[in-house]
Design a protein around this ligand. Structure first.
Ligand code: XBP
Ligand code: MG
Length: 238
């Protein structure tokens, strides 16, 4: 698409996005580039648990196709003919990882991605309703957004649905279906803001139009079904 068409398309999209009754935000990779912090937290948890595991960026990029930290640990353990961890072991290990993540975020934070703060402010000024639909946990959302948006961050979002609130994680549509139910809105009234192929599939299967903001670990995913793909949210407000 040439530059002029891209500008027209983006301008038209800006009006569509501004006209949505609700905006539903993914968290990891969308509001902030958190996956490197998650990866560090997983590796700290493995060391604390005495496991000789270490996930480098290449390994983690492959494992990120599995949504959910517990599921990711299980997928990695099952690479061995005889998995070494029970479900209880995995739950314990994931609790350690979540504590490591909270400590890393508290120590250094993870800034909001470019344009996110302005985008949230614009939506609030326009009176648009906002919600969160994520695979991660409520504890991780709170750890990240308490630092990035302040202790009253939850006041911005009418509905906050996390991975363990629903039977199936992304790419299943469950978190988005639950957000729609809590908002009492139709899919076409809303727009989802996502960063990954799994997130696009989840929102699209709930019938919600999707804006993709490319993130570090998912920039090469297939976003053909998205309403709009931008490098970050600042591109929309221009
Ligand atoms: C991203 C995920 C999460 C995080 C790790 O969620 O898939 O699993 O990678 O967090 P989203 P947990 O992009 O939907 O926000 O270890 O708590 O799962
Ligand atoms: Mg994401």
């Amino acid at each position: 698409m040439n530059q002029a068409l891209a500008v027209i398309r983006r301008t038209g999209m800006r009006d569509i996005i501004a006209g949505a009754r609700a905006l539903i935000f993914d968290v990891d990779g969308t509001l902030a580039e958190t996956e490197e912090v998650h990866r560090r937290a997983f590796n700290e948890a493995f060391a604390e648990a005495g496991l000789d595991w270490f996930w480098d960026q290449v390994t983690y990029a492959r494992l990120l196709r599995v949504a959910g930290g517990k599921e990711r640990i299980r997928a990695f353990d099952q690479r061995n003919a005889v998995p070494s961890l029970t479900f209880a072991d995995i739950a314990d290990l994931h609790r350690i990882k979540t504590a490591c993540y909270a400590a890393l975020i508290a120590a250094g934070g993870c800034p909001l991605r470019p344009g996110v703060r302005a985008f949230l402010g614009g939506a609030r000024r326009r009176g648009q309703r906002m919600a969160i639909a994520t695979t991660t946990s409520h504890g991780n959302i709170d750890a990240l957004l308490s630092v990035a948006l302040g202790l009253d961050w939850a006041d911005l979002f009418e509905a906050i649905v996390a991975g363990d609130d629903v039977p199936r994680k992304k790419p299943a549509p469950d978190v988005y279906v639950e957000v729609l139910a809590r908002l009492g809105l139709a899919p076409s009234d809303c727009i989802a803001i996502e960063d990954s192929g799994n997130g696009l599939v989840a929102a699209a299967h709930a019938g919600i139009p999707v804006v993709i903001t490319r993130s570090a670990y998912f920039s090469d995913d297939d976003f053909a079904e998205a309403l709009l793909v931008v490098d970050d949210l600042s591109a929309i407000d221009k």
